[in-house]
Design a protein around this ligand. Structure first.
Ligand SMILES: *Cc1c(COP(=O)(O)O)cnc(C)c1O
Length: 221
């Protein structure tokens, strides 16, 4: 099936109010262009330089989201144009984004990435650590960041009970943090190709779908 067809199938499954981020990492600009021509405007990438290159090649009304782990020294590649950084997982990274956003004269939207998966390999705040960090009201010192919500990745398993409990945990964190941030805090980014339906059932407002739209990724290239 073509990208256009796959995209239409995913869209048809999303209720109104759930935003689709088409995850295009590793895929060439031509495939992104095809999705763009089919009406998709939000794309997610996980490597800053690759994101920057695609930004330069493709139409300027695309909203680029950074969804992968971000090193502080690479924020500069994306700060001038990125629409949403999903993967803010440390105080150092938040401070680095503040510095670069101020340099560009922008306010950058971010999500706090929370570690809920049973694997150690995934990044993100431990919920208790995040609570401690937020208790000091750090965003008062980071005026060029706007915290829009929470992002997380469920455990990589076929066991739906485990995936559901990860999503429920993210949803609880989201609801718990919301009062401190107010009306801009409206985004719960969870759900990927294999688990987005369950994520939506658990309250996701933004899904990040890659392989189901663009096909399997080839990291050897
Ligand atoms: C790659 C990636 C996705 C998309 O994964 P698929 O399984 O291809 O849908 C979603 N979120 C993050 C953080 C990713 O790195």
């Amino acid at each position: 099936m073509s990208v256009t067809q796959q995209l239409a199938r995913v869209r048809a499954e999303l209720p109104e109010g759930v935003t689709l981020v088409a995850v295009s990492k590793t895929h060439p600009a031509e495939l992104i262009r095809e999705a763009y021509d089919a009406g998709q405007r939000i794309f997610g990438e996980s490597r800053p330089q690759e994101l920057r290159e695609k930004y330069e090649l493709l139409p300027k009304d695309i909203e680029w989201h950074m969804i992968g782990h971000l090193q502080t020294n690479k924020v500069k590649y994306i700060a001038p144009f990125v629409q949403l950084i999903h993967s803010v997982d440390s105080a150092r990274l938040a401070e680095a984004i503040q510095t670069q956003a101020a340099r560009c004269g922008r306010v950058i939207d971010i999500l706090l990435e929370i570690h809920v998966a049973r694997e150690q390999t995934k990044s993100g705040w431990d919920p208790a650590q995040l609570r401690d960090y937020l208790a000091a009201n750090p965003f008062a010192q980071l005026p060029n960041l706007r915290v829009r919500g929470v992002m997380g990745i469920a455990t990589n398993t076929d066991d739906e009970t485990v995936i559901r409990s990860d999503f429920e945990c993210l949803k609880r964190c989201f609801e718990e943090l919301k009062p401190a941030f107010g009306g801009d805090f409206d985004t719960l980014s969870m759900g990927m190709s294999h688990d987005f339906r369950l994520a939506v059932a658990c309250g996701s407002t933004m899904v990040r779908v890659g392989s189901l739209i663009f096909g399997e990724r080839d990291y050897s290239k």
